[in-house]
Design a binder for this molecule. Structure first.
Ligand code: PMP
Length: 430
């Protein structure tokens, strides 16, 4: 049994200063019956805790680190950038360089704005959609998570689901009232919502590949229906690709379905581990953002030079071939996990799209939030801890996604599959 004494002490200390001892709820291991590990450093596919243990990391800062921790080129670029100062509050060439790179990969981003988080990106995109359409209602899907802004914190996934909060106290009723929710992948219900409210709906925001209730791919029919309904009713379709962008595929989930949203939000990988979010899309829509138009959006640190550098040096290293390699590793891992579960007679559903993967202790199928809730969460908690004890660091909730980086080796995939087999043995032994 490894000692995690230093992490335990650090958590106790942190708990005096931060609610639940953390700066973001999903970091707490509360629902898996433990306390979080405190991390000292990361290198490639590994993280190291303050007690000196190392782990193969599949959380990867919740997605951003597609090149693994402390990628040499990213670190070199950041060191050079920091010596020129950390922020100017004035335009730099770096912002346009990153914007051009983003547009070359995701062409629907005709115009965009840099922000500092995914939450800001989706919150701002919604304001733009409301401003452009002059309507108040928005539609989101149950179990999708779009950050913690008021309008979007309704029936959300991720930590909101993990901690069973549903709709947070503090969200004004009036705002929640304007957020209509519908089950994911449910064509009939969204059609009914549009029949009833179609002309009041500013936008539909959706994770085209959902990653905040585990990985659940949107069906082609569902996403196509959203495209058609929004077009028919003059509503704006927003693909929230904060997670799926540069993750579900090189060119994002939108490239997998061949559907063009009006607006897209990006985050995570686009900043390479620094705080970046982006919202953008159709030029005629984005032109209405201040100071070109009247819809207000601003940020002291928007387009921050270090954050831009993190994004540029990450995106410059991404290629379709790299995605083929990472996806192949995910495919092999997914098969290994399924085989391990089968040989232990444990019902499991493994979902993966590109570099995103997750598993549910569930008879299946798992196509929406209700399905996820039927999973055996108690078994998951034990299983998570059994993996952790072997040095495999995965997301501490069934409502989250695991990731793959370019630095994970074939040997590490084999080691992880062996780890899953061992964890099933350990949990079944009790
Ligand atoms: N949208 C999606 C799809 C996300 O997965 C997340 C974060 N997990 C967000 C928005 C919010 O991003 P952030 O945590 O950077 O505010």
């Amino acid at each position: 049994m490894r000692s995690i004494e230093k992490s335990q002490q650090a958590f106790k200390d942190a708990s005096n200063y931060f609610p639940g001892g953390v700066d973001s709820p999903v970091r707490a291991f509360k629902n898996v019956g433990g306390n979080p590990l405190f991390i000292k450093k990361g290198a490639g596919s590994h993280i190291y805790d303050i007690d000196g243990h190392d782990y193969i990391d599949y959380v990867l800062s919740w997605g951003p680190l597609i090149l693994g921790h402390a990628d040499a080129k990213v670190v070199t670029a950041l060191k050079a950038a920091v010596s020129n100062g950390t922020s100017y509050g004035a335009p730099t060439l770096l912002e346009t360089t990153l914007a051009k790179k983003i547009q070359s990969i995701v062409p629907t981003m005709e115009m965009m704005r840099m922000v500092s988080s995914g939450t800001e990106a989706t919150m701002s995109a919604i304001r733009v959609a409301r401003g452009v359409t002059k309507r108040d209602k928005i539609v989101k899907f149950i179990g999708n998570y779009h950050g913690h802004s008021d309008s979007l914190l309704v029936d959300a996934g991720s930590g909101v689901a993990t901690f069973d909060i549903n709709t947070s106290p503090g969200v004004p009723k009036a705002l929640a009232y304007d957020t209509l929710t519908s089950p994911y992948n449910d064509v009939a219900t969204i059609k009914q919502i549009f029949e009833k409210h179609g002309d009041e709906i500013a936008c539909v925001i959706v994770e085209p590949v959902a990653g905040n209730m585990g990985v659940i791919p949107g069906t082609q029919d569902f996403l196509q229906t959203l495209r058609e309904l929004t077009q028919q009713h003059g509503s704006i379709l927003i693909f929230d690709e904060v997670m799926s962008g540069f993750r579900a595929a090189y060119r994002g989930a939108q490239s997998l379905y061949g559907i063009q949203p009006d607006m897209t939000t990006l985050g995570k990988v686009v900043g390479g581990g620094l705080p970046v979010g982006v919202f953008g899309g159709r030029r005629d829509i984005m032109k209405q953002v201040a100071p070109q138009g009247p819809i207000y959006h601003a940020g002291t640190l928007s387009g921050n030079p270090l954050a831009m550098t993190g994004g540029i040096s990450t995106l410059e290293q991404l290629t379709p071939a790299l995605y083929d390699q990472m996806t192949e590793k995910v495919n092999r891992l997914a098969k290994g996990i399924k085989d391990a579960a089968a040989s232990h007679h444990i019902p499991i559903v493994v979902h993966h799209v590109g570099t995103m993967w997750s598993y549910f202790f569930n008879q299946g199928p798992v196509n929406n939030f209700d399905d996820v809730q039927r999973s055996d969460m108690a078994f998951f908690a034990k299983f998570f801890n059994a993996l952790l004890a072997q040095g495999i660091y995965t997301a501490p909730s069934e409502y989250e996604t695991n990731f793959m980086s370019s630095k994970h080796t074939d040997d590490e995939i084999d080691q992880t599959i062996a780890g899953f087999n061992q964890a099933f043995d350990d949990v079944l032994k009790g």
